[in-house]
Write a protein that binds this ligand. Structure first.
Ligand SMILES: Cc1cc2nc3c(=O)[nH]c(=O)nc-3n(C[C@H](O)[C@H](O)[C@H](O)COP(=O)(O)OP(=O)(O)OC[C@H]3O[C@@H](n4cnc5c(N)ncnc54)[C@H](O)[C@@H]3O)c2cc1C
Length: 413
């Protein structure tokens, strides 16, 4: 599809936020074009089918499923939604983490969570809400890695609490894949130019000029949905008037989260829909979701330091660590049943640069700064711009709708 040279609105990025914006603009009467750097739509929502299994390399859970707009969209598009409770609280056969230890660890988490919400430290540093003599610090750091993608020293209490208080405990799934759902929700009539990276954004008096390797596009309004690491980085040349937005993005860095999928071969002890935390005393531990939907795979979720191994030492080392962790629990023979299948590499994906955003201590307000429009013609969406539902696909989607509404009002004016 050749790139046209003029549009009312250009959306940069075809992820969940870009999809939300496109759905809102569709039928508004405004011509809309999407430019996407990757050769596929979906961004951090990406489903793959391989080795006889379907799985999500990025978002997989419809968090706050009861109020998540993707639940409604799944229904409208004919996708099944699995509403069973997740198995995260299950420790398969109590291996390596007894019920008594789990109760203690959970109490330590609750105490920390209550302090963060009700009596946060003046520093706003989430690590300062830890019990100084606590025995479960490594466990809480591991959870911080899963939830926020980074260590508690770099997490804002106020930002974390805003998410926690707004979320519900319903974590649902789409068996066909969250990524499949997000891609299917893109309106068919909105042109999406894949493998088309915006290299620079320039402002002239009446138009915004976007330069790409496939040509130059001029728009009356632009909705930027790229991740905070891309806004803060150098892959796009930004006009200097946007320095305050780039400064805000630097306060909302993406953490590290990666997934490894191991294929289960032969007869094995693994049971459908069960779960294991690899080692509750290791802050870099993997969290293993076993045979999701009965498929012959184990999904290993890594966060923070555990996930940084993928970018720093490569997926082979990360697979070896995961296999060693499972062998420590099941015995060495289990190695015969496990084969590396596929690993995500979000940090080294040039147009993404990490997993999801968290505010640095004292910087929770940066989300509102980043969400401000510039000059009624440049609008900012993306998960990081949502004040409470950041780091999720539904927060991203809602931010896209919000930015599209702002653009519609501005262009009508
Ligand atoms: C491992 C992992 C697990 C996760 N688990 C969950 C979960 O269970 N539930 C949940 O709700 N969320 C989860 N998330 C987070 C969720 O995936 C994201 O918050 C959401 O998908 C972000 O959507 P977005 O549209 O804001 O950004 P993106 O998906 O990053 O979309 C932005 C798009 O812009 C494109 N782009 C960047 N630069 C350019 C450029 N110069 N020109 C053109 N295009 C460009 C990118 O390629 C990308 O496609 C997870 C994320 C990861 C990484």
């Amino acid at each position: 599809m050749p790139l046209i040279d003029e549009a009312d609105v250009v959306i940069i990025g075809a992820g969940a936020a870009g999809t939300g914006a496109a759905r809102r603009l569709y039928g508004s009467g405004l011509s809309t074009v999407i430019l996407e750097a990757l050769p596929r739509a979906g961004g951090r929502a990406w489903t793959q089918t391989t080795g006889g299994a379907t799985f999500d390399l990025g978002c997989g859970w419809l968090h706050s499923g009861d109020r998540n707009p993707w639940t409604r969209i799944a229904g409208e598009l004919g996708f099944a939604v699995d509403r069973r409770q997740s198995a995260w609280q299950v420790q398969f056969r109590d291996l390596g983490f007894s019920a008594a230890e789990r109760a203690e660890a959970n109490e330590a988490f609750e105490r920390w969570n209550d302090r963060v919400a009700d009596d946060p430290p003046a520093t706003d540093i989430a690590a300062d809400a830890l019990d100084p003599a606590g025995e479960w610090t490594a466990y809480l750091q591991a959870l911080s890695g899963f939830i926020s993608g980074d260590e508690l020293e770099r997490i804002s209490c106020r930002d974390y609490a805003a998410y926690d208080q707004a979320s519900t405990n319903n974590n649902w799934r789409v068996p066909a894949g969250y990524g499949t759902l997000v891609s299917a929700a893109m309106p068919a009539d909105v042109p999406v130019h894949l493998s088309t990276s915006v290299e620079s954004i320039e402002l002239d008096e009446s138009r915004i000029v976007l330069r790409t390797p496939s040509g130059t596009l001029r728009a009356r309004a632009v909705i930027v949905t790229v991740s905070t690491n891309i806004i803060a980085g150098d892959a796009i040349r930004w006009p200097s008037v946007l320095d305050p937005w780039r400064d805000a993005a630097r306060q909302l860095p993406l953490g590290s989260n990666e997934k490894l999928f191991l294929e289960i071969a032969g007869a094995s002890p693994f049971e459908d829909e069960s779960h294991l935390l690899g080692n509750p005393h290791d802050a870099t531990t993997g969290s293993y979701y076993i045979r999701p939907f009965g498929q012959p795979v184990i999904e290993c979720f890594l966060g923070g330091a555990g996930a940084r191994v993928v970018a720093e030492q490569g997926p082979d080392v990360a697979f070896d660590r995961a296999t060693d962790q499972l062998a420590a629990l099941f015995g060495n023979d289990i190695r015969r049943n496990l084969r590396p299948l596929v690993a995500s590499d979000w940090t080294r994906t040039p147009s993404i640069g990490g997993a999801y955003s968290h505010a640095l201590p004292g910087q929770a307000d940066a989300r509102s700064v980043l969400a401000q429009p510039y000059d009624s013609r440049l609008f900012f969406a993306g998960e990081a711009t949502h004040r409470t539902d950041f780091s999720t696909a539904h927060g991203a989607f809602q931010s896209g709708i919000r930015a599209a509404d702002e653009a519609i009002v501005a262009l009508a004016g």
